[in-house]
Design a protein around this ligand. Structure first.
Ligand SMILES: O=c1ccn([C@@H]2O[C@H](COP(=O)(O)O)[C@@H](O)[C@H]2O)c(=O)[nH]1
Length: 280
């Protein structure tokens, strides 16, 4: 049997450390990079980020919205960028935040996680707003293919907390903790790390969401919020404690704003800071 996503993620974290470089071709960044505001521009931007990230980090996270805004030609650009990243040995986490009823989730999983699909990624971000059980069909597609999903639990943006810290019908259980419990029930980890993960922002205090280390022990974590949103590499240890080794630490604008000539050096600098924090 081929390796699970959790096993592949563990190998990438060991080899390259936690930094995950975002591929977010914001309009302002395209201008700053001297690239056109069209599908050619986002393709070129993405390919240059992939070139700089390859061999320096283990994973990249393309933000689908910035490609989607150009319609079918934007998606074609994204296909090229993701395929180049996977060919370069990078794990690709497609940040598309898909969420729907079970049968439709299976369609999203076919689109993003089925081997050979035009938009094939290694993992996909998904929304649990329709209930944890609604994700089961996506996971049924993902796991046999060695793919993963990251389920939004406690997001990095300040607006998220009002919903995610809310209480469920179980005494003392936050919405985020309920999502975590559902995710754990949907997975059967092969190694020390599962393939169904959670998005937990680096900017939040996990205690506010009752997300404790013991509950999340085997759960891969995708943590946006480092860099432009304020969290520093040192917050990886401070915020994630014993779970720090299971975290992909995402930075987009803080790295991309270095520009095409400085991006490789910036990735090296940032990756080294995370390795230092992790004692590597
Ligand atoms: O909770 C979340 C989930 C996803 N994101 C995404 O991550 C990047 C962050 O970009 P920065 O430039 O490093 O702030 C972006 O694609 C978000 O959509 C998030 O920020 N928070």
């Amino acid at each position: 049997m081929s390796a699970s996503f959790g096993e592949r993620l563990r190998a990438a974290l060991r080899a390259r450390g936690p930094l995950c470089v975002g591929i977010d071709p914001h309009a302002a960044l395209l201008d700053a990079w001297g690239l056109p505001q069209d599908p050619v521009g986002v393709r070129e931007f993405g390919l240059r980020v992939v070139d700089a990230a390859a061999g320096r980090v283990g994973a990249v996270k393309p933000q689908v919205s910035f490609f989607e805004r150009f319609g079918s030609r934007g998606f074609a650009a994204l296909e090229d960028v993701m395929s180049a990243a996977r060919a370069a040995g990078l794990l690709v986490v497609a940040d598309a935040k898909r969420g729907d009823i079970g049968t439709t989730m299976a369609g999203y999983a076919q689109a993003w996680l089925a081997p050979g699909a035009p938009l094939e990624a290694d993992a996909l971000t998904v929304s649990p707003y329709l209930g944890g059980g609604a994700l089961a069909e996506a996971i049924t597609v993902a796991l046999p293919a060695g793919k993963g999903v990251f389920v939004l639990a406690a997001t990095s943006n300040p607006e998220g907390a009002a919903v995610q810290r809310g209480r469920t019908d179980v005494v003392g259980e936050s919405v985020a903790l309920r999502v975590a419990r559902d995710v754990i029930a949907l997975d059967a980890p092969h190694g020390d790390l599962g393939s169904v993960g959670l998005v937990i922002g680096a900017t939040i205090d996990r205690a506010d969401f009752s997300l404790d280390d013991a509950t999340l022990r085997t759960v891969p974590l995708l943590a946006p919020g480092f860099g432009a949103q304020g969290a520093a590499p040192e917050d990886l240890r401070a915020g994630f404690g014993t779970l720090a080794g299971n975290v992909l630490a995402c930075e987009s604008r803080s790295i991309l704003s270095a520009g095409p000539d400085r991006i490789a050096a910036t990735i090296d600098e940032r990756a080294a800071r995370y390795q230092e924090v992790m004692g590597g």
